[in-house]
Design a protein around this ligand. Structure first.
Ligand code: SF4
Length: 400
């Protein structure tokens, strides 16, 4: 049962089935918490949308898009396949896309071709009248799923119990809305892969140490860049009793790193870096900071998805790149820059399987429903979560 102090969730569109709120009874903090998202249950794709030819999908998606006109904005994450990206009004990383959506208040519908946490962020940053749609609700993020509000509150309480004080919670953008709200409520902040260093600086003005979740590698790579040592960055493993390390390690920590990772970026290895250098003299190794620390240290450059795109765009003809990030982006960069040699650092490729779930059939189904006046797969965030998550996001903007 939902306590009276938890505000009612915003209305969702007709035809969308809600999951009931789940009330959490957690050890720390007086306020009852509810799950951040009100997520519609995924209906199976209607059979009429299964098995359509590429030509028919393309024709009907354009037709629906044209009918909706400026009422619709389609956002395409860089990691999406080409047959989705071609319909996008904007392409970019998760944060950039949410900002693009916020810059289009005339758009009633935001169809986010990305993963769940991205659509939630768009719902938090968007105007109240905007409806955010994720074409396939099974498009999640394995990294974001490695930290949930139950575990984070448990960790928070356990750290307090062993005298770890003045902790600033920092969540990576790749996290659920309720974790962003947790940070907003506890003096913390959201970071992106492009502003993580500035966020570390900010956090050290607010407290003595960070609790960084859910990506240990972005946390560690940023810590190294700020001069921290491994001793100062113990791991918190949510699957181990009390995080798995000695309480003294947490008391002397400067950054406590959650044991999470990206299944795509963790695939890149130091051997691949060596092979790329051996096979392509002069190659520039360019990787995402979600890669493991040895790979980042061995690379020539590391940075966010937008940073990777910018490096390639700015490079002179003839530059050779081995890029450590998702394969759809690497392929697209290679196609768009034939004057350079661009290949994936991992020869076996590394797709983000959850991004891949945004198939054109799902996009068509979502758009044709919008044309008919039905909003399917709406992502909505409760007012309380939205309010606190916005605080953490606005802090992030201030140090960006
Ligand atoms: S690439 Fe990694 S972090 Fe990004 S959505 Fe996929 S699993 Fe999540």
């Amino acid at each position: 049962m939902v306590p009276a102090s938890v505000p009612a969730a915003p209305p969702v569109a007709p035809g969308v089935r809600d999951l009931p709120f789940v009330t959490l009874h957690l050890p720390a903090g007086p306020a009852p918490w509810a799950r951040a998202s009100r997520v519609a249950v995924q209906d199976p794709l209607p059979s009429a949308y299964v098995g359509l030819s590429d030509d028919e999908l393309e024709r009907r998606i354009w037709a629906a898009r044209n009918k909706l006109g400026t009422r619709l904005v389609i956002l395409g994450h860089h990691y999406q396949r080409d047959d989705i990206i071609k319909f996008a009004d904007f392409r970019g990383d998760s944060f950039g896309l949410s900002r693009e959506a916020a810059s289009r208040p005339d758009a009633e519908f935001i169809v986010f071709c990305g993963v769940h946490f991205m659509a939630e962020t768009a719902a938090i940053l968007g105007a109240p009248h905007q409806r955010v749609v994720l074409p396939n609700l099974t498009a999640g993020c394995s990294m974001a799923d490695m930290a949930d509000i139950f575990e984070v509150r448990e960790c928070w309480a356990a750290l307090q119990a062993v005298g770890v004080e003045r902790v600033v919670p920092v969540t990576y953008m790749n996290s659920a809305a309720d974790l962003k709200a947790f940070c907003g409520q506890h003096g913390g902040i959201v970071c992106t892969s492009s502003n993580a260093r500035a966020v570390y600086d900010w956090a050290f003005t607010q407290g003595d140490r960070l609790l960084f979740f859910p990506d240990q590698y972005l946390g560690r790579n940023t810590g190294y860049a700020k001069g921290l040592t491994d001793d100062q960055m113990p791991l918190w493993d949510p699957r181990e009793l009390d995080g798995g390390a000695d309480p003294e390690a947490y008391r002397r920590a400067r950054a406590i790193l959650w044991r999470g990772w990206c299944s795509v970026h963790k695939r890149f290895t130091i051997d691949q870096v060596r092979q790329a250098r051996a096979g392509h003299p002069g190659v520039r190794i360019l990787v995402h900071p979600e890669c493991t620390s040895d790979v980042v240290a061995a690379a020539d450059l590391n940075g966010s998805t937008e940073f990777i795109v910018r490096q390639v765009r700015q490079a002179p003809a003839g530059t050779v790149w081995a890029i450590g990030t998702e394969i759809n982006l690497v392929h697209r960069l290679a196609q768009e820059h034939p004057e350079q040699t661009i290949f994936c650092l991992d020869p076996v490729v590394c797709p983000c399987s959850t991004m891949y779930r945004i198939h054109p059939s799902f996009l068509l189904w979502a758009l044709e429903n919008l044309v008919e006046g039905r909003v399917v797969n709406q992502i909505a965030v409760s007012p309380e979560i939205r309010q606190h998550a916005r605080v953490a996001l606005e802090r992030m903007l201030a140090v960006h």
